[in-house]
Design a protein. Structure first.
Length: 252
């Protein structure tokens, strides 16, 4: 019996020391783009800035926003989040665009791009002052883009760390522009699940966001969130040990 208790406590210790992903804490903005421009986190809703009309298509998770590259970029000039000196930006994009086009621009004035991301040229990706060459994101497939900033910018593409460098200015508290910058550099493609955090996400958090798309099903099947699999395995392991020990006691 003492051996049984020891084994159970050992399993509990192993799994309790495992870092559990957190994709909800300090979430300042979340645009799911499911046929609307609503911010599900704090009501910082977007509006069409270029005079065109909102458009949607099938996304990576539910639906996505379709940028036409002409006149339907998005913006909010009175964001309600705090002055961000530390944070994370996460989104999915799909494009075949080869030009230089803005993705997510944040600043404290309409003409400021204190923290920005863009496609630059045939296959380069700019994020927070960092240029990732040969990013390979304009192939018409969905790609997950994440960049964190806290004085240093770290860029991740499809759950893979790509590059790091100095962040530069991060006085971000008022303006958000998506898919264009001041009626120029307009993006042609689709974007899904844009999130902005007021903290640097861990590698495990970023992996959770990337894998979130795989756990969402369009069928009626039931999916277990990846972050809960550790708990499930722990429970099954404990039950297995208890069952095994009971059988040992009966046989003796």
């Amino acid at each position: 019996m003492k051996q049984l208790i020891f084994r159970v406590l050992l399993l509990v210790g192993i799994f309790s020391s495992t870092s559990i992903a957190d994709i909800t804490s300090n979430l300042e903005v979340h645009y799911a783009f499911d046929n609307n421009l609503v911010d599900a986190a704090n009501s910082n809703n977007l509006s069409v800035a270029g005079g065109g009309s909102a458009a949607y298509e099938a996304g990576k998770i539910g639906n996505a926003y379709t940028f036409n590259g002409l006149d339907n970029e998005l913006s909010n000039s009175a964001m309600g989040y705090p002055d961000l000196t530390t944070g994370t930006v996460s989104f999915w994009i799909k494009t075949t665009n080869n030009g230089t086009h803005s993705l997510v621009i944040m600043g404290d004035a309409v003409n400021d791009a204190d923290m920005d991301s863009s496609i630059n040229g045939i296959s380069n990706m700019n994020a927070g002052g960092i240029t990732v060459t040969s990013a390979g994101i304009n192939d018409g497939n969905w790609h997950h883009i994440v960049f964190t900033f806290d004085g240093t910018t770290n860029v991740y593409i499809d759950n893979v760390f790509k590059q790091s460098g100095a962040s530069g200015s991060t006085e971000i508290d008022t303006y958000l522009q998506v898919g264009g910058y001041n009626n120029s550099f307009r993006f042609s493609g689709a974007m899904d699940s844009l999130r902005i955090y007021s903290r640097v996400l861990s590698v495990g958090d970023i992996a959770e966001l990337y894998n979130e798309a795989a756990s969402v099903s369009t069928s009626n099947s039931v999916n277990v969130p990846i972050s809960n699999l550790s708990y499930l395995f722990l429970i099954l392991s404990i039950l297995g040990i208890v069952f095994y020990k009971k059988r040992e006691m009966v046989n003796t």
